[in-house]
Design a protein around this ligand. Structure first.
Ligand SMILES: Cc1cc2nc3c(=O)[nH]c(=O)nc-3n(C[C@H](O)[C@H](O)[C@H](O)COP(=O)(O)OP(=O)(O)OC[C@H]3O[C@@H](n4cnc5c(N)ncnc54)[C@H](O)[C@@H]3O)c2cc1C
Length: 411
């Protein structure tokens, strides 16, 4: 067997899972190189808890080195160019040759696409933004609070609703809720449109119970920090006292420059194998545009939502397929578009949904009522993700004993 080198670009959720799974399956003679610009990994589903003060940053960060085994080489550098013809990656002065490439670079957030946004708004979509919001919220004494989704697609379409419900809870606990007018604005027609009408209706109900205004079909075109106004396309402007945003998401420049992305800026992949149009190059997670076979409306093509749960599952599948191919066997594992979503609703309860996104004629979604078990599952998943590699089994056992197996966990 010839020794091979697999380079994984991006050591976030998808890259970490792919590196672990590949190392478990491949003999040591095969190199696995993980290229990541940050030495520390931050677990983004917990950013909303940093915002509300339920977590300190140190509680949700780990050195990347602690999350992958010693047999994975980490190159801490920014990947700057991809030469697909010669199978090379340039990263901060280093040139890496690969036999197989897994692109797991995630999405880039760009607040500068909307005038006034970066000056006026903060975001819980980054750790630094969540921390600044926590400080702002500590001295906030009331007024209109707007959670604004700027553009689709964006990662974790449950997160803005979760953030609004956790803000409701925070203000209630501080005795401020009566002084806060809380709203969500989004260009989408309903909450989480890709997950279908039933979940949208359920989330609308939860928001209404908490007196959180939900304003669909509001596309933000500018923020005016002077007059403290949100300016929408084809809808009246709205005054605000505090604005929290989901910034516009773009495909990474690197994949666009290399010709891996299509006109949307995202990388098209085969839904089952995650193969790109280039031989031996795969893409997983948020960087991809994965069109699903079913749809909710006959006219509107449906893409898999961007979420850690899918980056995780795709990382496992690509690693298993590559390990088989390198061993000279026929790869049999295929990605089936299954995942779950848990949205924290406050008071230690969460709603959950499991989804088969490749269902036809439309994805098959199963909703689970708001319950404490899903909140506990979300906390335990966070602990599982951040635990030293040797300690994860016990946490998984605990999750399964609580009934979280109903989410279809495969960790
Ligand atoms: C507030 C919030 C809440 C969320 N909640 C959930 C949730 O409850 N459930 C869920 O499933 N998902 C959730 N997500 C989404 C989830 O975090 C992402 O979908 C997931 O991280 C995607 O994984 P990925 O590997 O594709 O990208 P990422 O995890 O973003 O990893 C990309 C990595 O590439 C690195 N990188 C980028 N460019 C370069 C370069 N040029 N050179 C080197 N390294 C580079 C980045 O530093 C990063 O580490 C949430 C996200 C946010 C922001």
């Amino acid at each position: 067997m010839r020794a091979s080198t697999t380079v994984i670009l991006g050591g976030g959720v998808g890259g970490i899972v792919a590196a672990n799974e590949l190392r478990r399956r491949l003999p040591a003679v095969h190199r696995i190189v993980l290229v990541e610009k940050n030495a520390q990994h931050a677990f983004s589903p917990s950013f909303v808890w940093v915002m509300t003060g339920a977590r300190r940053p140190a509680q949700i960060m780990r050195p990347l080195r602690a999350l992958v085994p010693p047999g994975v080489e980490i190159v801490q550098a920014e990947a700057r160019a991809l030469d697909l013809d010669h199978q090379r990656v340039a990263a901060d002065g280093i040139s890496l040759a690969y036999d197989y490439l897994i692109v797991a670079l995630g999405a880039e957030l760009n607040g500068n696409l909307i005038p006034g946004l970066s000056e006026a708004a903060d975001t819980f979509y980054s750790l630094s933004g969540a921390l600044r919001l926590r400080q702002t919220l500590e001295s906030f004494s009331g007024g209109r609070v707007a959670v604004v989704v700027t553009r689709s697609p964006y990662k974790c379409p449950g997160a803005p609703h979760e953030a609004a419900m956790l803000l409701h809870e925070l203000f209630r606990r501080r005795g401020l809720r009566g002084k806060v007018d809380l709203h969500i604005f989004t260009p989408e027609p309903q909450p989480m449109p890709d997950v279908g009408p039933a979940l949208g209706q359920a989330l609308r109900g939860l928001l209404a119970e908490r007196n959180i205004g939900f304003h669909p079909l509001h596309k933000l075109v500018a923020v005016n920090p002077g007059s403290r106004e949100l300016v929408f396309e084809e809808a009246p402007s709205v005054p605000y006292d505090l604005v929290l945003v989901v910034p516009p998401h773009c495909g990474p420049r690197l994949t666009q420059q290399a010709g891996l992305a299509d006109d949307s800026g995202w990388v098209p992949v085969d839904p089952a194998t995650l193969a790109t149009r280039h031989e031996r190059v795969f893409a997983i997670g948020d960087v991809t545009a994965l069109q699903t076979p079913g749809r909710w409306h006959p006219e509107v093509p449906l893409f898999l939502p961007k979420g850690g749960v899918f980056a995780h599952g795709q990382g496992q599948i690509v690693a298993r397929r590559l390990a088989a191919e390198i061993a000279g066997a026929t790869p049999r594992h295929v990605f089936r578009g299954r995942g779950f979503c848990v949205v924290d609703a406050g008071q230690r309860r969460a709603v959950a949904a499991t989804a088969d996104f490749f269902g036809v004629p439309s994805p098959k979604i199963r909703l689970h009522q708001a319950a404490r078990v899903w909140h506990c599952g979300k906390v335990l998943f966070e602990q599982w993700w951040l635990a030293p590699l040797g300690f994860r089994r016990e946490i998984l056992r605990l999750m399964l004993s609580l009934g979280c197996g109903r989410l279809g966990l495969e960790m």
